[in-house]
Design a protein around this ligand. Sequence first.
Ligand SMILES: [Zn+2]
Length: 279
Amino acid sequence: MDKNVGSSRMFYVCDDYRDLNQYHPGEDFKVIDNDAEPNHYYKIGINFINVMGNDSNGKIDEKTFRDQILVLNECFKYSRIHFVLNRIVESVNEIWFNWDPIHRSNDERDMKNRLGAHHEEGLNFYTVNSYSLDDESMIIGKATFPRDYYRSDNPQQDGIVVAYNTLPGLNDLFKGKNAVHEVGHWMGLYHTFQGGCNQYGDLVPDTVAHKRWNTGSADRITDPNNACNPSEKPPIRNYMNYTDDSVRNEFTEQQIRRMRYQLLSYRTGQYKLESSETK
Ligand SMILES: [Zn+2]
């Protein structure tokens, strides 16, 4: 992956947008509701699961994991969702490390069955290699959704899978916001471009609907006029778009409301509710 980092042609996607089974327009509106615990923090422990290849390729040190938590806490500050370190688990497996979510989903399932036991204590956060989708794009993350966890007969499959070199401090392009995006999915957010200009969109009323993703840095945004309403601009700063880490810095109020309500509705046991005084 390193040789491609910084290439203007390269862009980075997550796998979940492909899975239309995870999109439930029509059944899902109830999750936009009043925040039942508006004055409380959700505290979520993270189980980092560092999957490495042979020769410890992809090994992440504890400081980098702690820096990732700092980035998450900064980006989720206004959400009143707070992250702490539960544990770091290391596993050497060349097959799991060289992750291929398109053609080898069985390997991903095996990895999670073997390593996913701590899902009841919070967020399982796997780090693996990135996957080259084609000459122009890579898959650097994947997430399970709250509703899927709630309904699952195999909850060990829960969690996010993140390309290790998108964690903060490991290269110039990424600043840890890829994980912010995946955690957004894990808490029930869709991409801002989900559904394009259809009547449902991303099921969040205050994000600008747009036809497809945007990528790039602030001065080189692709399709900068692709909002469905021509008088609006696409949400290039939103974490749930595909722009560079240097550009993304916001969740909307309704995205925050949706995340908090999805946690409350579907992820019982995976967080602690705390008053702000005891955070
Ligand atoms: Zn995504």
